[in-house]
Design a protein around this ligand. Structure first.
Ligand SMILES: Nc1nc2c(ncn2[C@@H]2O[C@H](COP(=O)(O)OP(=O)(O)O)[C@@H](O)[C@H]2O)c(=O)[nH]1
Ligand SMILES: [Mg+2]
Length: 248
């Protein structure tokens, strides 16, 4: 079983283009798609209902609660539908993440990895159409997180396009509970990775060509808040001791 989780906030136009491509890629697997419509003011929910197919479910928050809460809703729903060796994939709904690389990510999980990142910084990866300040931010996040929290196999710490072995993700949520996402804003993607890293996952990357030139609307990332979020993660998580079962 493959479960795909798409956090979406006002992504009506992008989902119209992305979902048919995604369904084409996943239709040969037993799959489910969860679109988390987080209080969108456009037709995100209606478009998702229409294009996510029979195996799609739209989960909604009445008001906008942010990326962390949307991910929590989506990932817990996906964990509830999967067994240990199933795969849960997250990707952006803004049509900049090519779903065509999902089979390569699945292959890596099936070969024994727990977590696979679609990475802009591995050989073959690229960022197309991204402003310089955003390139500096994503490279900087990768460099600084890699310095403080080296995770063998990972260079791209902030990519939202990832595949997880479902049982591994479930173990993380069982341990952290409501504390899994304590950051606000987009730092939650890095927080999730760093918290899961305490369980010493087998990690890898596949190349991601980020197609930011396809982005229709504006980025929802609040850059300054994200930088503050990254820095406070470094301060907070350096003091955290790994779960006892890992230390033993
Ligand atoms: N559910 C939910 N999704 C959000 C929220 N903010 C952003 N997103 C989604 O998170 C993903 C990342 O946002 P995006 O604008 O693509 O950021 P960027 O690609 O880093 O510039 C997209 O799929 C957004 O629709 C939010 O408040 N709630
Ligand atoms: Mg995006």
């Amino acid at each position: 079983m493959l479960c795909v989780v798409l956090p979406a906030y006002n992504e009506e136009a992008a989902l119209r283009k992305l979902l048919p491509r995604l369904v084409e890629v996943v239709k040969d697997y037993p799959y489910k798609i969860f679109v988390i419509d987080d209080g969108s003011t456009d037709q995100t929910a209606a478009v998702a209902e229409l294009f996510a197919g029979n195996c799609g479910t739209v989960l909604g928050h009445k008001c906008n609660r942010g990326l962390g809460e949307a991910l929590r809703t989506g990932l817990l729903a996906a964990i509830g539908q999967t067994q240990y060796d199933d795969v849960i994939v997250t990707l952006d709904s803004d049509d900049t993440h090519p779903p065509e690389i999902i089979p390569a990510m699945l292959e890596k999980i099936q070969s024994g990895l727990d977590l696979v990142v679609a990475s802009r910084f591995t050989s073959g990866g690229q960022e197309v159409g991204l402003h310089m300040h955003r390139k500096v931010l994503s490279h900087g996040a990768g460099w600084i997180m890699g310095t403080f929290f080296p995770l063998p196999g990972i260079r791209d710490y902030s990519s939202g396009f990832r595949a997880y072995r479902a049982g591994f993700l479930a173990k993380g949520f069982a341990y952290y509970g409501a504390q899994m996402f304590e950051s606000s804003g987009f730092a939650v993607m890095v927080e999730l990775l760093l918290k899961l890293s305490m369980f010493k996952p087998r990690c890898g990357e596949v190349p991601l060509v980020l197609r930011y030139d396809r982005k229709l609307g504006k980025s929802k990332m609040p850059v300054a808040r994200t930088i503050v979020g990254y820095l406070s993660l470094i301060v907070k998580l350096r003091k955290v001791t790994p779960p006892a079962e890992v230390e033993a």
